[in-house]
Design a binder for this molecule. Structure first.
Ligand code: CAA
Ligand code: NAD
Length: 283
């Protein structure tokens, strides 16, 4: 199973990072989003990251140009008609993702693998809307993608061993470390991380301490690189809420109840760093 041409769907913070690391590893990448401005924002982030690599001596100017040369703009999902792998990184919403997978199944070549970067949604349910469930898999990158080493690889119920192996090999080519997990809500990463973040939000909601104090306790006391409220802003509060809802619904256990303060912020449009305001304000 040879992978050379890739399409990444969604040019947001994750999709742009995934497209960058794939192009850096020598793959041809089509970066797809719904509007020109969303693609342009993603490409802007990639260009900034690559320029920093040049400034730091990790890459030459001509290598940077070669990476950018392997990236193509796509505003039409039909561009998936000649790729070997699609990595979907659109919003964390089952009906949006299922609609994308249904379309991809009709458009992408028969041999193509359809992967999702979903944080928590069942891979098996995405696979079920396609006629190729054995070629559907989870490829869960961590944020910021160019920096973080882990890719959680999630086997759906029907994912074939050949497809798993191809994705594990491809992950290593990206200089990332693959970790195999099974398909349960939140997988491993977010089943453990997100309840901690949700608990930090409850701690704020119940007035146990202010936001800076909560973040300081976890940063200075547990050596976390970011406090949980800063990390929630960095991930996106909409994504955090979707993940908690997936855990709550998937396990039917009240211990995963999303904090009402998280819901309130999302309803207010305070989605964190990407909208300029979450628990903190960003200029
Ligand atoms: N994109 C690309 N590179 C970035 C970056 C970004 N968004 N943010 C930081 N970097 C790079 C910087 O350029 C810097 O590299 P160089 O100086 O060598 O060029 C390096 O990372 C360190 O950055 P800083 O010195 O500015 O800051 P830092 O030491 O605090 O590190 C961090 C930044 C790596 C983001 C660190 O704070 C960290 O590890 N935070 C926690 C990240 C984390 O937990 N991620 C997982 C989120 S959960 C998830 O992803 C799963 C999900 O489904 C929600
Ligand atoms: P984001 O909001 O930054 O970006 C999402 C992008 O998808 C936007 O540019 C949007 O225009 C685009 N999009 C939406 N619907 C689309 C469609 N039908 N076709 C093409 N593009 C479409 O979100 P993000 O933080 O990059 O998250 C994307 C996915 O990655 C989610 O499933 C999320 O759970 C997952 N994820 C997020 C993180 C994180 O820390 N933010 C980490 C790992 C995984």
């Amino acid at each position: 199973m040879s992978i050379q041409k890739i399409m990444v769907i969604g040019a947001g913070q994750m999709g742009s990072g995934i497209a960058q690391v794939c192009a850096q590893a020598g793959f041809d990448v089509k970066l797809n989003d719904m509007k020109e401005e969303f693609f342009a924002r993603g490409l802007g982030t990639i260009t900034k990251n690559l320029s920093r690599n040049v400034e730091k001596g990790r890459m030459t100017e001509s290598e940077k140009e070669a990476v950018l040369g392997r990236l193509t703009k796509s505003l039409d999902i039909n561009d998936a008609n000649d790729v070997d792998l699609v990595i979907e990184a659109a919003v964390e919403n089952m009906s949006v993702k299922q609609a994308i997978f249904k379309q991809l199944d009709a458009i992408a070549p028969a041999h193509a693998i359809l992967a999702s970067n979903t944080s928590s949604l069942p891979i098996t349910e995405l696979a079920a809307v396609t006629n190729r469930p054995e070629q559907v898999i989870g490829m869960h990158f961590m944020n910021p993608v160019p920096v973080m080493k882990l890719v959680e690889i999630i086997r759906g119920l029907a994912t074939s061993d050949d497809v798993y192996q191809a994705i594990e090999d491809m992950t290593k080519k990206l200089e990332k470390v693959p970790v195999e997990v099974n398909d349960f809500p939140g997988f491993v990463a977010n089943r453990i991380l997100m309840p901690m973040i949700n608990e930090a939000i409850y701690t704020l909601y119940e007035g146990v301490a202010n936001k800076e104090a909560i973040d300081d306790v976890m940063k200075l006391g547990m050596n976390h690189p970011m406090g949980p409220l800063t990390l929630a802003d960095f991930i996106g509060l909409d994504t955090c809420l979707y993940i908690m809802e997936t855990l709550h619904e998937g396990f039917g256990d009240s211990k995963y109840r999303p904090c009402p303060l998280l819901r309130k912020y999302v309803k207010a449009g305070w989605l964190g760093k990407k909208t300029g305001r979450g628990f903190y304000i960003y200029e």
